[in-house]
Ligand binder design. Structure first.
Ligand code: GLA
Length: 753
């Protein structure tokens, strides 16, 4: 840049920033500024704005042609102004490539946490990436893909960064493709999906912890200088202790309706790692992707490695808007049949556990019909003969009907269910094996285990080695056989109850591949099976279960219609869990069953389950007359509101973490109808909703009436159902559903007149 230009830009900024001249700013200076910055920067700098309806991520090359992130946040009216950002941001010396790299390489100029770390075929461990080219293509009016090619100036390694934007949903899906044209094999030591850079006053990270039956406990922390890592090393699934999803607030903790917040999640059903590094300028670097723990991945000459997607949305208006963005995106673009319909069901797991036979099941089909649900779901325990599956210690892997329990086979059950007027679905856990099984006896080399160490089991079982194509074939075959023999099979619950210990693959050893491929190749193998299954059976609804919510992520949900959030169905716990899941996943994908867990009355349990895909896991014949009548009415009521719950907009209104009750509202897209769910969650001092709270998601100009739904027989509403309220009133003065110790759970329908 010539000294004259430098001086002029400096003068321009000084002048431009002065309040005295604010009125003149845009009208007078912008054309000059545009010309100057364009001329001066264009020779060196390439600016790539990646925009959605409200947001922008801006990338720019520096004088060494390194690609850096110069801006992330609310979109500007004029994209030209993004070129000004570098001069204002908190960076060390204006060398954009150092901390704010768009994909940080290890081993050359960078000394912070890398996104990419490679060992070249000659053993050298250095990597650099410079900008080569970029292109943007429109898939349709809403979806745009920007692909940026970077390459190492010394070694024949190239990375393409992909940013797929869903404009109206304000969602970006980001992944990378790493290619090598080196003669020999290179090793990927770290290979992140996404690298982002944020500049804010402070950063507040909400992450989740938990374990079996205790999923999704949020914890918020202010990020301080240095690294915070969220990760998992469980092999078969991403989560048992920590899901691959988080909230990140900028400047101050966001609320439902205010504040800058990013919701992020990784679409990968295995080990993940997310690095949050606050650098010495108090800027935040985020690197998210597959966990590189024990996972150095070989890349042969002229091959490429595609990382999973990191998916995120950003809002300046709080967590509510951000989560609705994600729901809209997920229903339209990701979850299988996300905008479609779901079936209500009766599941026999808690009603019978492993103890059933044909007669008992036929009775349950009739119970399902009596209740009014669409489908009966037969859970664990229907298979294996040499080592019958009568408890969780044997039989897993032997997918033949148990002849004692089911002498006439699954086909007979499907027919019996049909005769009773319900559809039939079935539980499988095809990736797993009990050591006490014929499968284990026949194929010990299919099992993941260390040949020289004692086996370590979880729930008496071990994962099969899905990196092995033979095992992939077997797993596909389990499902394929069921569908071929029973074309009317209407639903699958796919479980995965163990994590990976002793991560060693006999197949990788035999085929002279690297053991460090196992964690990644397991997940890839799983996706291959699911891909093949969906190619042949595109529509059959499938529930994603993993001892509860162990495997919920947006790559798996390409193949599944819904997920099981937790084995814990205590409704009080479910209010909290479903609340947290709802930041990332829409209600249509959350299976919620009425069971005997918890101390709350049946109405409370039912109301909570009605906030997801409703199901039952109870002994219907144990219900007294009133409970049965209530449940039958509840299924019918659910059918009348499910469209709003599944396809509407969710507003979390009263947070049970901060109040003695919870309240959530689903509103139809045209704002004609909303369903408000409220629950007493703590009843110290007889607390409840004693003052009105503001509703959201209505039309201020419309007139509404309220009606209480799902009343227990012989109880009356406490609401004034004749009263007409404007949307403005309900959203300004508010509404009180009158939750109290006598009315612990209340569903209200709000309808435009
Ligand atoms: C897991 C699931 C349960 C049930 C059992 C069956 O724990 O989460 O819902 O299917 O397996 O063994």
């Amino acid at each position: 840049m010539s000294s004259f230009r430098s001086f002029f830009i400096f003068w321009t900024f000084k002048y431009y920033a002065s309040p005295m001249y604010s009125a003149l700013r845009l009208s007078f200076l912008l054309p000059f500024l545009f010309l100057i910055t364009k001329n001066s920067l264009a020779q060196n700098a390439v600016t790539i704005p990646i925009e959605t309806l409200h947001n922008a991520l801006v990338l720019q090359t520096d004088k060494e042609n390194h690609l850096g992130i110069t801006y992330f946040g609310k979109k500007l009216g004029s994209a030209v102004e993004y070129q000004l950002v570098t001069s204002q941001s908190r960076q060390h010396d204006g060398n954009a490539g150092t901390y704010n790299s768009a994909y940080t390489p290890a081993g050359s100029w960078n000394v912070s946490e890398p996104a990419l770390q490679v060992t070249h075929s000659d053993g050298n461990k250095s990597m650099d990436l410079v900008y080569v080219s970029h292109k943007t293509s429109k898939e349709n009016d809403n979806v745009t893909l920007t692909s940026i090619v970077l390459k190492d100036p010394v070694y024949a390694v190239e990375v393409t960064l992909h940013y797929k934007t869903y404009i109206h949903e304000d969602v970006t899906e980001q992944w990378s493709v790493i290619k090598s044209a080196e003669k020999g094999e290179i090793t990927l030591n770290k290979y992140a999906s996404a690298n982002l850079y944020f500049i804010a006053k402070d950063y507040f990270l909400t992450h989740y912890n938990g374990t079996w039956a205790k999923e999704m406990n949020p914890e918020q922390e202010q990020l301080t200088a240095g690294m915070r890592v969220l990760d998992s090393k469980l092999g078969t699934r991403a989560n048992l202790f920590q899901p691959p999803s988080f909230q990140l607030s900028f400047d101050k903790p966001a609320t439902e309706t205010e504040g800058k917040v990013l919701l992020g999640t990784l679409g990968w059903s295995g080990n993940f790692r997310m690095d949050f590094e606050v650098d010495s300028y108090h800027n935040l670097r985020l690197i998210a992707g597959i966990n590189n723990y024990a996972s150095e991945y070989p890349l042969a000459s002229n091959k490429e490695f595609t990382t999973p997607s990191f998916i995120y949305t950003f809002s300046e208006n709080g967590k509510g808007e951000a989560s609705r963005n994600l729901h809209n995106w997920a229903r339209k673009y990701r979850i299988l049949d996300g905008e479609g319909s779901r079936m209500t069901l009766l599941n026999n797991w808690e009603a019978t556990y492993f103890g059933f036979n044909e007669e008992k099941l036929s009775g349950l089909f009739k119970d399902g019909k009596k209740l009014g649900v669409d489908l009966f779901l037969l859970d664990d325990g229907w298979f294996a003969n040499k080592y019958p599956r009568n408890n969780d210690q044997a039989g897993l892997g032997d997918w033949q009907e148990n002849v004692k329990k089911l002498p006439h086979g699954i086909g007979y059950l499907v027919k019996e269910a049909k005769n009773a007027g319900v559809k039939f679905g079935i539980w499988v856990e095809p990736e797993m094996v009990n050591p006490k099984s014929e499968l284990y006896e026949k194929h010990p080399d299919w099992v993941i285990k260390e040949p020289q160490r004692p086996e370590h089991h979880m729930r008496n079982q071990l994962p099969l080695d899905l990196s092995n194509p033979e095992v992939q074939k077997f797993v596909f075959g389990v499902l394929d056989k069921l569908f071929i023999e029973n074309p009317d099979l209407a639903y699958i619950k796919w479980d995965c109850n163990a994590i990976t210990f002793n991560a060693h693959s006999a197949y990788l050893e035999k085929s002279k591949q690297k053991q460090s491929q196992l964690y990644v190749d397991y997940v890839k193998g799983l996706y291959k099976v699911l891909e093949k299954l969906r190619a042949k059976y595109p529509k059959v609804p499938m529930m994603l279960c993993s001892g509860g919510g162990g495997r919920v992520d947006y790559e798996a949900l390409k193949y599944f219609t819904e997920f099981w959030p937790s084995d814990n169905t205590d409704p009080l716990e479910r209010i909290f869990m479903q609340w947290e899941y709802s930041y990332f996943y829409p209600a249509i994908a959350q299976s919620a069953h009425v069971t005997d867990w918890g101390k709350q009355p049946l109405k409370y349990r039912t109301d909570v389950a009605m906030m997801g895909r409703l199901g039952y896991d109870i002994v219907v014949s144990h219900l007294n007359e009133k409970d049965l009548q209530f449940s039958q009415q509840a299924v019918a009521t659910y059918n009348s509101i499910k469209d709003v719950v599944w396809h509407g907009d969710l507003y979390r209104l009263v947070d049970p973490k901060e109040n003695s009750y919870a309240s959530l509202l689903f509103s139809s897209k045209n704002k004609d109808r909303a369903i408000l769910f409220s629950y007493l969650t703590g009843n110290r001092n007889g607390d409840g909703s004693d003052t009105p709270f503001r509703l959201q998601g209505l039309d201020p100009a419309k007139k509404y009436k309220v009606k209480e739904l799902n009343l227990y027989p012989e109880t009356k509403t406490a609401l004034k159902e004749d009263q007409v309220y404007s949307g403005e009133f309900l959203m300004t003065v508010g509404f009180n559903p009158a939750v109290s110790a006598r009315r612990t759970s209340v569903i209200v329908e709000i309808s435009a007149q």
